[in-house]
Design a protein around this ligand. Structure first.
Ligand SMILES: [Zn+2]
Length: 295
């Protein structure tokens, strides 16, 4: 099933839902970073979460960055998403590989670790971005994000994120949903949805059955007045460019840039998100220095 993200409501708007199939997106992201299966599951879940949250942004200049770092061998995972549900990300250690957890699943919680926090940075083009942070709850990412929404944004939420890695280490199925109760919604609706979510198979099982994002929502929200509002195609996409790398180089400050220049060597700068190399000759660094600080 090809990737698709849908935004919907249920119960006359009392419930807001974002759901997506992200198999191709996660496949792209984990192959860029050459991830092991455990790393793929961790990065894939955060990329899916990023894509779901990015889809709610109003302006194309806005971004949401999710960072989770719990002291585990994954050494932190980062995802940044945009208004069109595009997302990019990386994992500190793409080679992390742990034995399966006690449920026989890839041990994302173990790889992330529990000694740290989940940070959400909403950059809406204002002077300061809005930063929210919660301690890590399980390190499984979905639970942590639900905890974040409920505690930090006072929006009771259920989050499901799933990445199924195939025997050849490609992604067999990936997807997720965020279900949120709007202010004033009846507690009974939340109970009903919680009960429903406990009953149904995991999102990756539903995707493997060939269900589309809409069909998955119709299945979960049967008889709950589901309305699909918007559809998008989530993608893995890095927006780096030579200009951005130049700006980043200049932003380290005159003194540090001078130091690099005075070493007299060429510099190679790799984009964290897509591994693209940007080459700068010593002469080009000198020109940047001159342009930014002596001009
Ligand atoms: Zn890049």
């Amino acid at each position: 099933m090809s990737d698709k993200l849908v935004i919907a409501t249920a119960k006359s708007g009392d419930v807001r839902i974002i759901a997506a199939i992200t198999t191709d997106l996660v496949n792209e992201g984990v192959s860029v970073h050459n991830c092991t299966p455990t790393a793929s599951a961790a990065l894939g879940r955060l990329l899916t979460a990023g894509s779901l949250m990015g889809a709610t942004l109003k302006s194309e200049k806005d971004t949401i960055t999710l960072k989770i770092s719990g002291g585990g061998e994954a050494r932190g995972v980062v995802a940044t998403s945009y208004a069109d549900a595009h997302v990019k990300g990386y994992i500190g250690n793409p080679n992390v590989e742990l034995p399966p957890n006690n449920k026989g699943k890839l041990d994302v919680g173990g790889a992330i670790g529990k000694n740290g926090s989940l940070t959400i940075i909403r950059d809406m083009g204002l002077k300061e971005p809005y930063v929210g942070q919660v301690p890590i709850y399980t390190g499984e990412i979905g639970d942590d994000l639900a905890y974040y929404f409920t505690v930090s944004e006072q929006t009771p939420s259920a989050v499901g994120l799933g990445v199924l890695v195939d025997t050849d280490t490609s992604i067999k199925a990936a997807g997720g949903f965020i279900i949120q109760m709007m202010p004033g919604a009846d507690d009974l609706i939340a109970d009903l949805i919680t009960y429903r979510l406990e009953e149904i198979p995991s999102i990756t099982e539903l995707i493997l059955k060939g269900m589309t994002a809409e069909q998955i929502l119709e299945f979960i929200f049967e008889d709950m007045d589901l309305k699909i509002l918007e559809e998008m195609v989530p993608r893995y996409k890095c927006d780096c460019s030579r200009e951005r790398v130049e700006r980043a180089l200049v932003s380290i400050g005159k003194k540090d840039l001078e130091e690099i220049y005075n070493e007299g060597k060429d510099e190679e700068i790799k984009c964290h998100f897509c591994n693209k190399d940007y080459q700068f000759t010593n002469e080009q660094i000198g020109e940047l220095l001159k342009g930014a600080y002596n001009g």
